[in-house]
Structures are given as C-alpha cells and as structure tokens.
Design a protein around this ligand. Structure first.
Ligand SMILES: [Ca+2]
Ligand SMILES: [Ca+2]
Length: 467
C-alpha cells in the first residue's frame, strides 16, 4: 500500500506533468527543487533563523531589520516578481518569490540566498535571467538589468529605513554570519556544479554526457523519460556517408590522462534495422586520430548499452590515445532515427557498462595544512550527483607525505549547516598515514539542499591532528 507521502509525491509529479503541457514553468531543475522542499521541510526550520536577513541582524538593538527589509522589498523587487514571475513562482514553483504576501516572497529570496547584497550583479536572481535565459519576458539582458536595479533599490531603501530607525547595517550579507561554527572546519568548496565542471576526475573511464555535445544540424538533442540524447530525427529513412556534409554531427570534447588502448561504449536506442547506425571517430584539433568507424548496432529495446564496432561484420574496435591530451569524439549520423545518450571511453578491458554509474564525478580537495600545522596535508573526497534529490560522497582520504594524522568524527557541512542525517563519517576514528590515507569505505548519500547551482560543502573534524 502506498504511504501518504508517496501519494503526495505522486500527486505533485502528476500536477507538474499536467502543468508542463501548458507552459514553460517546469524545467527539470526547478521540478526537483519543488519535490526536495517537500522532503526536507522539517530540516529547514533550524536554518531559516540563522541565515535570517543575510546576517544583517547583528548589533541593531531592537530594530527589526527583517521587517524593514520586507518593507523595502515590497516597494521594489516584489513589484517586478509579482508582475513578471507570478505565473510560476506566485503559486506552485519554488522559490515562491512572487506570491502576494511580501514576507513570504521576501523570505523565499533571502533564506535561499537568491540575492547577494554585497555583489548584486552576481545574485542568483540576476544571473538566472542574464546567463541562464530563465523565462525572460523580453530581452534577457534587459530583463536582468531590471531585476538588478530593483535589488539595488531594495537595498538602498532598506538601508535608508534602518538608518531612519537609528540603526546601522552590520555584517551585511556576511553569508554564514549566522551559522553555527564547527571545530576544525575546512574552507568551503566552490558551488558543487562548478566543482563538477572544473574537476572531472579520471578513474580510467571517461564519461561523456549527450547533453554536453555540440551539435551540427540536422543532429538535435532530445529527452525521453529523463534520458538526454542526440539524434537526427527519422524523416526520409536517410542514410548518410561519413563524408556527407548534410549529415548531422555531435562533437564531444574529452581529456585523457592515461595513455592506453581505449574502447567505446554508448547507451543507444536503435529500434530497427533502418535506425541503427552511426559513424564515429576521434579527432584532435580537427585532425583525425582514428578513421571513421561504421557502427552497425544490434537492435535495442529502448536505450541499451552497446560496444562500438566497425562495419556490418561488427568487428571489435580499440584504439590508442596518448595521455595528457584532449580529443574530440565525433558522432555522425549514418541512419537517421538512431539515438545516442551517455558515452564511456574506457581503458579497462573488463569494463562492464551495466554496473557503471555514468554520473559525472569529481574530487573535492581541501588544504588542511593550517589545521594540522604541517604543510602539504590535504583532505580529499569524491563527489557525484547521485540522483535528482541527492549527492553521493565517497572515498574520504587524507593525503600526507611525511606525518601521520589522527582523524575522528567528520561532519559534512552544507551551506554552513550540519544535518544530523549525514552522519556516516562521524564514525571515523582512525590514523591516516602516508601509505594509507583512507578514512572510510562507506559512501554518504546526502539530500541536496538547494541544488548543484547553489550548494557548497565543507567538512569539520572533531579531531584532526598530527600523531
Ligand atoms: Ca532511419
Ligand atoms: Ca541499419
């Protein structure tokens, strides 16, 4: 029997599906934040107060800074959101910054750090429109300026009201000013989405996601049941030669750290004998590194993993790539109607795609020399986006070349706060040595707080000292 929570979740998904038919309000990222909020509701109660007015409460005696901020907001940015964003963010779409109630709309922005009063241009509310072209109402650049100006007015008016009430603004947007402090805390990571983009770890398998491909028409992107792919839509049953300029091409850049013989696997949808082939090759600076492989794919049932082969004989393909180089994988349409999703290039002869997670992984690295008092000591932990709602952390380790380090009770701090649900590494009680710095073999699955575009993490250690 379904629990009440499951029914509620199902209803939300259904609601979003229906709404998605009528408007553009339901991009993936926001959809998940809606669901996340429902899951996490009980957890947020302790953070609301601490982030408060971006740390602006300190030292103002009995002046209610937040009330003044709401008052200022109601005559500035709130007018814009009510006018331009209410269709979605005024009713069902988190953050609810366009609802009629000024306090609720204000808190939706402030408590989720959508505005940075110290750097208004960098505020998520501005960036979302300026860089992400998020539901602009006219020209995205112009619209982002309207939002930016309104936030400037909001801040100026708020500060004026505070001054009028006899206070001063202190610790304005000190970020974590109101957050609790934790022992032996590392610096914060960058926003996790940036960490992933900058620091793709290489475990010998190179993952390429369809959604990162640069596409030349008639190759286009698509999404089915959450699976991103590219394809040339099946139109005239066309069959293209590999030198046909009319064929669509997907270009995927990748970096190789280790020299090796590489094989290629891809998750493909090849439903029948006329929709089941690609041309594939590797290039470097537009020069071919391999010839084109003519990949005839065994017909699939939906998306399935297949290994790249050559010609209708399906000869096995492996090719040498030199390490410390960047390359491009070119996937060219042969038969239209064939779809390609995730791709893995592997130097592992025993690679098994069915058990491999194509989530893009990265390693978070923290310099902890200041904490332990010895130069060159680092704390590292692998990170990936686990699913729509959660992150996965694994393989926490200390990198030390000269000293042993005693490590006890590690806490994951997300956006300045520790969530007791993320207690996996609090059990750590071990000594890391230059030969073996592994701290735990367990993985920690942590609920997202505000998503890849916002969340930053640091770590705290009850004990972290040279032994
Ligand atoms: Ca076809
Ligand atoms: Ca065929």
């Amino acid at each position: 029997m379904k629990s009440r929570q499951q029914k509620k979740y199902f209803f939300i998904v259904l609601l979003f599906s229906l709404l998605g038919l009528y408007n553009q309000c339901v991009p993936q990222a926001t959809n998940k934040s809606k669901v996340k909020t429902n899951i996490e509701e009980p957890l947020n109660t302790n953070t609301t107060g601490s982030t408060g007015d971006n740390g602006g409460n300190g030292g103002n005696g009995n002046i209610d800074v937040k009330a003044l901020s709401v008052q200022a907001f109601s005559t500035t940015t709130h007018n814009i959101t009510k006018l331009r964003c209410a269709t979605c963010h005024g009713s069902f779409q988190q953050p609810l910054h366009a609802v009629p109630d000024a306090t609720q709309a204000h808190d939706a922005i402030v408590d989720q750090n959508k505005v940075d009063f110290n750097n208004i241009a960098q505020s998520r509310m501005v960036q979302k429109v300026r860089n992400d072209n998020h539901n602009c109402w006219s020209n995205c650049q112009a619209d982002s300026i309207v939002i930016e100006d309104s936030i400037q007015d909001w801040k100026a008016e708020r500060d004026r009201l505070i001054a009028e009430a006899g206070g001063t603004v202190t610790g304005d947007d000190g970020g974590n000013g109101g957050n609790p402090s934790y022992p032996n805390q590392t610096s914060e990571s960058q926003v996790l989405g940036v960490e992933i983009a900058n620091n793709n770890s290489d475990d010998g398998n190179i993952v390429m996601k369809a959604e990162t491909a640069m596409l030349g028409t008639p190759m286009v992107s698509g999404n089915e049941s959450g699976i991103n792919f590219f394809w040339t839509p099946d139109q005239n049953g066309s069959l293209y030669q590999n030198n046909d300029r009319a064929a669509g091409t997907a270009y995927l850049n990748f970096a190789v750290s280790q020299s090796n013989q590489y094989k290629v696997y891809a998750k493909v949808n090849a439903p029948n004998g006329s929709d089941n082939s690609f041309h594939v090759r590797v290039t470097q600076n537009n020069f071919p590194v391999t010839n084109f492989f003519e990949w005839h794919i065994d017909v699939t049932n939906g998306f399935e993993w297949r290994e790249l082969t050559h010609t209708s004989n399906t000869a096995e393909v492996a090719f040498f790539l030199a390490g410390n180089n960047t390359y491009t994988l070119e996937v060219k349409t042969r038969e239209d109607g064939t779809k390609m999703s995730d791709i893995v290039m592997t130097g592992d002869p025993n690679f098994d795609p069915s058990t491999y997670s194509t989530a893009v992984k990265t390693t978070l690295t923290y310099d902890i020399s200041q904490i332990v008092g010895v130069q060159g000591v680092k704390f590292k932990i692998d990170f990936e986006e686990y699913d729509m709602y959660s992150y996965k952390f694994s393989n926490p380790r200390i990198e030390t070349t000269t000293v042993n380090v005693y490590v006890k009770n590690i806490k994951l701090i997300m956006n300045g706060n520790y969530n007791p649900q993320n207690a996996t590494y609090t059990l750590v009680d071990t000594v890391a040595t230059p030969l073996n710095g592994v701290l735990s073999s367990s993985a920690l699955i942590a609920l997202k707080d505000q998503g890849l575009d916002y969340d930053k993490v640091s770590f705290s250690f009850e004990i972290l000292q040279v032994q």
